[in-house]
Design a protein around this ligand. Structure first.
Ligand SMILES: [Zn+2]
Ligand SMILES: [Zn+2]
Length: 913
């Protein structure tokens, strides 16, 4: 690359600097995991973090904002996976540059700035730029002349380059109803050399055409309507701008390369892969797809893990697993047969780490998780591929072309082969996979294994009823614009007017005793489940004491709406009644102890195990806490003891908790630990413990004790694995810890009493008893063997002779299977040929039979397995073994003698047959 070409990092910076100069606040990218949005698997566009602002349910301290947003498009409606690797422009992970106006500037400014940045700052030739604007092909919405005029006024623009298009290309909507508006796209003519359809007769290169010559660069969306129905639009009071520009695309243009993969963002990943594979440049160019897949997937995996998603079986975790496995398999196509992807991910961290510091912070987790996932897949890939080849051959033999969903699901559950990889391999064979059937089979498999919904259906519930109620309450002035006031940090009791009752998804005026209801109050002090901490429970009562609702759960069904979920236990709650709402205080105090304890535990885990031990989930309930964290192996008992001791030491020092509110960026740059998947606003709440040099510093909206001493004591009750690379610690504090100690003390006294010992001498006492027991067992075994040998000698006298074959069918007392086998061996030593012995015994009420037949009788049709099964039949048992020695058990010990009586007739019949 020539030195005059700007680097990707410079291009990103130029974009952000440009909009900062135009008074935009520059915000960091939101996490790939959409905060507080249950309807999306991944953040897939720049506007995701501002969605609530467009919906009018949230407000920001700025009206102009710009950023570079991390995006993933790999599942659901926007799914580019199949194209990734096969062309030069598709990615799973990509960055989107965007600028926004929330009710501030509009079309004129947005268009002028876009033009200025592209032609003046980045010097793209004006003759190559085309703009499209909206003209309704259905005739319901006015044509966007405002945007067209704005374009025609730009200095140097060719007015014939402003084109009109219909709804498909130039109208944007979030859903069937709600905010929407026309958009304007900027396309770049890259010249005839980019046309890949010059051979097609009648082909004309054009904007929104079929060839690669015109590149869509930037989309400016002008939100100006609220859509009420398919044909009804009302103008919005506040109009917004939402723009998005594919970062990799603009970098490829400004670096003048014909592929996103040849920009300095991705090319170093390709070169590293090439070096690892030991390919020549010619080999690389001849087989470029694997290089693209590996570069794309390594980058996506690094960013996903940095945002706290680890490889796993469901939803986002599944996607992370799938892309690592898919990249690993493509590595095999260029001769990489050992885990290698972490080496490529390291290059990702180096390229992107300065702008996205989360990559640097989580370097170790990224590299460890990727390699572990490759190793796990490596173990099963050969078997899976063999199985798949076999299935394909069967299909081809049957003249079929589609692998069934059940087969594909079996490949995943048995061999860990993700559907996407099975599909890749199928396509390489010219075959297909039934994906609908796959999802159905996975669903059945999940349900059968009790694991709930497969592949993470994140579909949201119907929130309309709540949104409507909120809008109405706001219009009436009963609810402030920001929605229900929420303060769980101070009082445990509030009073106010009952604003709404929701029953069976409907707003009602009055509820009956026994009704399950949801209650909206103007403010609440009940904590709503978040960050792992469970919701508060409690009561809502009318001021006059005539009715009462037991609150069991809290929910936030729509932005600004908080509902108390509960059951009417007394009287008839009515909208408008004055009420008192009280949190169950004892329960809440238990929760606060557990929450603060998780922070202490987190800090201690990182101290003892290392910085890679990051929170991967938690549960803070009244009776226990659960803390999941990334760590590649089991925590040893010694480490656990050290962690527990450290936590309790910090409890005893009785640190005060310092709670402060500050800008998100400041908190993160100070090193506060953020929880991924949480939605953080621009001002965040931070909890630090340990004074000026805190040992624990987290972003956290949870409720906490004021001093660590309030926790009392913290006891770790378990440690185990939850998923590959994720461990879980469970612990109790306060009242539950005291209960546990009490219970254990009680048990110890009880056992001491039984053993006539004291707690202190208990280990020695038990150890002595174990020794005695083992010695007694040995004596018993040898006595049984002696006894059996004696009996055997007696029984030898009862051997009968049938056609020259010696047959013994004997019952021994209290002999186990081992002893019976020893005796059978002794019989065969005595009679090395022409011998059949069947020995039976009853031990602890269960019959056991051993049958032995000398080798020479096998050709004559005698078989010990057949014999033992025949004999055991009256006992209701079955058996198995070898032709010379077999064993059977049974249920009915009383029939043992009858069973043994069948031996001689069986031998007679076999010999005469
Ligand atoms: Zn063309
Ligand atoms: Zn917390």
């Amino acid at each position: 690359m020539e030195s005059t070409k700007p680097t990707g990092a410079e291009i990103r910076k130029t974009f952000l600097d440009f909009f900062e100069e135009h008074k935009h606040t520059i915000v960091p990218s939101a996490s790939l995991i959409p905060g507080g949005d249950q309807t999306l698997l991944f953040t897939n566009a720049g506007m995701v973090q501002f969605k609530d602002v467009f919906l009018g349910t949230d407000k920001r301290p700025y009206k102009r904002v710009a950023d570079s947003q991390k995006c993933m498009r790999v599942a659901g409606k926007h799914n580019d996976l199949e194209d990734v690797g096969r062309d030069n422009i598709h990615h799973t992970f990509f960055e989107m540059l965007g600028n926004w106006s929330f009710g501030d500037y509009y079309k004129k400014e947005a268009i002028a700035w876009a033009w200025q940045l592209l032609t003046d700052v980045w010097k793209l030739p004006t003759v190559n730029i085309w703009a499209t604007v909206f003209r309704d092909d259905q005739g319901d919405i006015p044509q966007d002349d405002e945007a067209a005029d704005a374009w025609r006024q730009q200095p140097g623009i060719d007015p014939t380059h402003v084109l009109f298009f219909g709804r498909k290309d130039n109208f944007w909507e979030m859903a069937d109803t709600g905010p929407c508006g026309p958009c304007s796209e900027i396309h770049l003519d890259r010249g005839i050399k980019y046309c890949d359809m010059q051979d097609v007769p009648g082909h004309i290169c054009r904007v929104n055409g079929d060839c690669q010559r015109f590149l869509e660069l930037w989309n400016l969306v002008f939100i100006q309507y609220n859509r009420l129905s398919p044909t009804e639009f009302e103008p919005l009071p506040a109009r917004h701008v939402d723009t998005g520009m594919g970062f990799e695309r603009i970098v490829s243009v400004l670096q003048d390369v014909d592929s996103n993969y040849r920009t300095d963002l991705l090319w170093p990943l390709i070169l590293t892969t090439q070096e690892l594979a030991g390919c020549t440049n010619e080999q690389r160019e001849a087989n470029f797809t694997p290089f693209r897949v590996i570069a794309d997937h390594a980058r996506a995996a690094a960013f996903l893990i940095a945002d706290g998603v680890v490889p796993g079986n469901l939803g986002r975790n599944y996607v992370t697993r799938m892309i690592i496995r898919r990249a690993y398999r493509f590595g095999g196509k260029i001769g990489l047969c050992e885990p290698f992807l972490a080496r490529v991910a390291e290059v990702v961290i180096n390229i992107y780490g300065d702008f996205y510091p989360e990559l640097k912070r989580n370097r170790k987790s990224i590299l460890i998780s990727i390699t572990r996932e490759e190793e796990q897949f490596q173990r099963t890939l050969d078997r899976a591929t063999t199985q798949l080849e076999y299935l394909f051959n069967e299909l081809i033999k049957l003249n079929q072309t589609v692998l069934t969903g059940a087969q594909a699901a079996d490949l995943y559950t048995t061999y860990g082969m993700p559907l996407e990889i099975t599909r890749d391999i199928a396509k390489e064979h010219g075959l297909d996979v039934d994906e609908v059937g796959f999802n159905k089979s996975m669903e059945e498999h999940r349900l059968a294994s009790g694991a709930g919904k497969a592949l993470g259906d994140l579909g949201g519930e119907d929130v309309d009823v709540y949104r409507q109620i909120a809008i109405q309450l706001q219009r009436q002035g009963d609810l402030p614009e920001n929605g229900v006031a929420y303060d769980p940090y101070n009082l445990l009791e509030v009073s106010g007017k009952l604003l709404a009752i929701i029953h069976s998804n409907l707003a009602i005026q009055q509820a009956q005793p026994g009704d399950e209801v949801e209650i909206i109050l103007p403010e609440t002090c009940f904590y709503v489940e978040s960050g792992g901490q469970v919701s508060d429970t409690g009561w809502i009562m009318s001021m006059d004491g005539t009715w009462e609702i037991k609150v069991n759960e809290m929910r936030r069904p729509a932005a600004g709406v908080i509902v108390h979920v509960g059951k009417v236990t007394k009287g008839n709650p009515k909208v408008g009644d004055e009420v008192i709402a009280s949190v169950d205080a004892d329960r809440r105090r238990d929760i606060m102890r557990n929450h603060t304890a998780t922070h202490l535990l987190h800090a201690e885990l990182r101290k003892v195990l290392g910085e890679h031990a990051r929170q991967a989930g938690s549960l803070v309930a009244p009776d226990r806490l659960r803390f999941d964290f990334t760590h590649p192996e089991a925590v040893t008992p010694a480490q656990l003891a050290e962690i527990e001791a450290g936590v309790n030491q910090r409890i005893l020092i009785n640190y005060s908790l310092k709670i402060t509110y500050k800008p998100l960026q400041q908190a993160v740059s100070e090193g506060a630990m953020a929880l991924f998947g949480e939605k953080y606003s621009d001002t965040v709440r931070t909890i630090s413990i340990g004074g000026d040099q805190p040992f624990s510093y987290e972003l956290c909206g949870g409720t906490h004790v004021s001093e660590t001493g309030d926790i009392g004591v913290c006891l770790i009750t378990g440690e185990g694995s939850v998923a590959a690379g994720i461990r879980r610690i469970e612990a109790v504090t306060g009242r539950k810890a005291y209960e546990l100690i009490q219970k254990r003390f009680g048990l110890i006294s009880q056992i001491s009493g039984l053993l006539d010992s004291t707690p202190e001498t208990l280990p020695e006492k038990v150890s002595n008893l174990m020794d005695e027991l083992n010695a007694a067992r040995k004596v018993l075994t040898s006595m049984r063997q002696n006894q059996a040998a004696l009996e055997f000698n007696q029984k030898l006298k009862q051997v009968s002779l049938i056609d020259g074959v010696r047959v013994m069918a004997a019952r021994l007392n209290d002999a186990d299977a081992n002893t019976l086998r020893q005796i059978a061996d002794r019989f065969r030593q005595q009679y090395p040929s022409n011998g059949v012995a069947v020995l039976g015994s009853v031990l602890d009420g269960r019959p056991t039979i051993i049958a032995a037949i000398t080798e020479d009788l096998i050709p004559r049709g005698l078989n010990a397995v057949e014999l033992v099964k025949f004999v055991a039949a009256p006992l209701g048992g079955g058996g198995g073994g070898k032709p010379t020695l077999a064993q059977a058990g049974g249920k009915d010990a009383s029939k043992l003698d009858i069973a043994l009586g069948t031996v001689e007739p069986w031998v007679k019949e076999k010999l005469h047959a």
